[in-house]
Ligand binder design. Sequence first.
Ligand SMILES: [Zn+2]
Length: 442
Amino acid sequence: MDEYLIINGTVVTLGDDNQIINDGAVYISKGTVADIGTTKELLENYSDVETIDATNQVVMPGFICAHHHLYSTMARGFSPPGEPAYTFEEILQRLWWKLDKALTEESVLYSAYIPLIESIKSGTTTIIDHHASPSCRDGSLSLIADAVEEAGIRANLSYEVSDRNIPAAGVAENQRWLEELSSRDPEFFQGMVGIHASLTVSDETLAKCREVAEQHDVGYHIHVAEGVEDHEDSLANYNKRTVERLVDLGICGDKTLYIHCVNVDNNEIDLISQTDTVVVHNPESNMNNAVGVSPVLEMLDRGILVGLGTDGMSSDMPAQMRCAHLLHQHDKSDPRVAFVEAPQLLIENNAQIANRLFPVKLGSLEKGAAADIAILDYCPPTELTTNTFLGHLIYGLVNATVDSTIVAGKILMKNKQLQTLDEPSISQRSRELASELWSRIS
Ligand SMILES: [Zn+2]
């Protein structure tokens, strides 16, 4: 369908001027939002086009995930041999660095398919992914891109450079992917220079990363101060904290994502603010790894653009938003905080981040914006207006079932039926590949 109308829904536009239109409609043409109004108005103006009925549903912009790890799929249910990991470094060594090293071409591909399916089922239409597969490194981002293209969503991809196996491993894969982007649709695919974390890269490796990033005019996607190990390593080896080290080496800026920033001090927060570097908060992951609470509210106060990611835990963005809301209230022992800020991370800041990285308007329904839409089953039990929207988002929409997901006007899920990927057969093959992978690392 090149053009159609979504009618009879509660349209939530988000964006700079959030509007809620009861009995609203959206006119989609050539992949973009061409008009928004009441159902009556739009049916009059566009009388001959097909319609999708969104009665008892909320029609809103698709969600954006600012930090994902598609490769983490096959960790689900796996128990690494030996004693349970206690420190963050042990979690990396006993689980993640074994799992990523054991990934083969096919398991990279199927690891991507599963969270892509989950993204579509959660209404997530754009992801920023951070990939690692040391035994199947070269070409891995193209494999993932092919899965993303089949799924039909948008992705910014990068490979986690690290020295842990071979010095500067992954620089060439980022370079190769950034070159390949000239043959991919820029509205769907973008790239950055991925770096695992300060503690796994030398200054020489970071200089190589910088060369590639400058050549392609992109930023960096790097874990920063996730566990205490990052700044302990930086202090021991470079006599400065992690953010000081990265900023001194030019690994910062408005297109760069610092992921986590749990253990950052005041001076580091100032540096992040001064360099307009983006921070991405992953509350579920931080709680899962028991690494502490990122000072998100303080960073927002200092004008830092803080977004929200899943860190591979899931693809469900409203769930992360509510987790952030509860975590920061609990952390501050103050029920007055984070009610506005947690939704802001998801619906305003992730849109701003995506709009820094993609050449198409994302995260709002307005004329000319991308037709990236999530349609959720939701009958509001109290009045739903712009004044009450955040309450509905945190306590109601967060649990609403996604009925349909649309990207660039293309319907990827309709009436809860996936249109682009076959979940049972993909999951079946994933289970076979996971079982082989588990036996390789056990
Ligand atoms: Zn991560």
